[in-house]
Design a protein around this ligand. Structure first.
Ligand code: PLP
Length: 385
């Protein structure tokens, strides 16, 4: 008999909020708003289009943007691809140099590699030990031919927060566009496009209690990008394909809740985060990776002296946690994010990411700490025997 493990992997994906699932269900069946939102010849199509535009407004409201600046995509991965590849291709006559960092999500790093194969040049900035990019490092890397800078808002393995105002200002002063992967940031930190010097922003629904398979790229008015997906000219030519009304309505509802509940959500996460940190610090031979800078409260990357991460994961079978980004957990390579901030290989292999969210409870944090304490004791006793 087995029960589900305690879910502490919110940074990999969040469960859909029941209030979001309820809205989505109303956009699927014959009785619901299921029609093609591009159908202009009947009432059913208009209603679907209305639902899409409501979702667009809900998403743009969270980031202080105009609804016309939102382009629907299949997720943050596609949004990152569209931002990097779409922007560099559209501006190749002006310059072929892109700046990003070595600890971005694979969606950005692999897009950068694809661009290098097309003849573009990429500089990968090294982060500081706290997981953030220093504005000075960005300043020094700029070249006359730099047209785009892409840096994430919140790192998905460390929870570290970049200074978007300072970094964006440097890009803007140089005349380069600034793209930000904000998949982990929506609902956690203020993302006001009215005041931040950001030209493109990638968003994902499923990191914020919405469904998987939908996201958006914010594209500031006047920013030119080339489409990657052709056919039909949806989304003002930037991303073709029939719009998934139920997904969009779900993302809209999720982002609307994120805006409404941002203060209470974050207060809850602060409380859980502090309790978890205190508990970890009471355990012998532990450390927190990427600490010391601005952090979201809900992602904590912990190292355990004298044990390896895989052994620890095995010993923590009752907890759903991750040794790195979910996409890499099948490999035994240490997390490139941890080695990227200077954590030695051995220590990186002995590290686990714990992340929690809206539905996590204080008792679950205590239960996790107890499991960790027991697992450590078991592993260390066995090793010294
Ligand atoms: C999850 C995540 C992505 C990918 O988002 P999808 O919607 O799953 O494609 C990109 N960047 C970061 C930082 C993420 O955490």
């Amino acid at each position: 008999m087995s029960t589900m493990p305690l879910y502490l992997d919110y940074a990999a994906t969040t469960p859909v909020d029941p209030r979001v699932a309820e809205v989505m269900a109303r956009h699927l069946t014959l009785e619901g708003t299921f029609a093609n939102p591009a159908s202009r010849s009947h009432m059913s199509g208009w209603l679907a289009e209305q639902a899409v535009e409501t979702g667009r407004r809900q998403v743009s409201d969270l980031i202080g943007a105009d609804p016309r600046e939102i382009v629907w995509t299949s997720g943050a991965t596609e949004a990152d691809n569209l931002a990097l590849i779409g922007y560099m291709r559209a501006h190749r006559a002006r310059g072929r140099h892109l700046i990003t960092s070595s600890i971005e999500h694979k969606a950005v790093l692999d897009s950068a590699t694809a661009l290098e194969q097309e003849g573009f040049e990429v500089t990968y900035l090294a982060p500081r030990a706290n997981g953030t990019i220093s504005p000075e490092a960005l300043q020094e890397a700029l070249r006359p031919e730099t047209v785009l800078v892409s840096l994430m808002a919140v790192n998905n393995e460390l929870g570290s927060i970049n200074d978007l105002q300072a970094l964006g200002a440097i890009a803007a002063a140089h005349g380069a566009a600034f793209h930000v992967d904000a998949a982990q940031a929506a609902g956690r930190i203020a993302l006001d496009m009215g005041t931040l010097p950001i030209d493109m922003l990638s968003l994902s629904a499923h990191k914020a209690y919405g469904p998987k398979g939908i996201g958006a790229l914010y594209v500031r008015r006047g920013t030119r990008i080339e489409a990657l997906i052709h056919g039909g000219g949806h989304e003002r030519g930037m991303r073709s394909g029939t719009l998934p009304t139920h997904q969009i309505a779900g993302m809209g509802q999720a982002f609307s809740l994120a805006l409404e509940e941002q203060v209470s959500d974050n207060a809850h996460l602060e409380q859980l985060g502090q309790r978890f940190r205190d508990g970890i610090q009471r355990l012998e031979g532990t450390w927190i990776n990427g600490d010391g800078g601005a952090q979201v409260p809900n992602i904590i990357n912990v190292g355990f002296e004298g044990v390896d991460g895989e052994g620890m994961i095995m010993a923590l079978r009752g907890l759903a946690v991750s040794t790195g980004s979910a996409c890499n957990s099948a490999s035994v390579d240490p997390s490139y994010v941890l080695t990227g901030i200077g954590v030695p290989r051995e220590k990186a292999l002995a590290s686990i990411r714990f992340s929690f969210g809206r539905f996590s409870q204080v008792e679950e944090i205590d239960q996790a700490l107890e499991s960790i304490s027991n697992a450590l004791e078991g592993l260390r006793t066995r090793q010294s025997a």
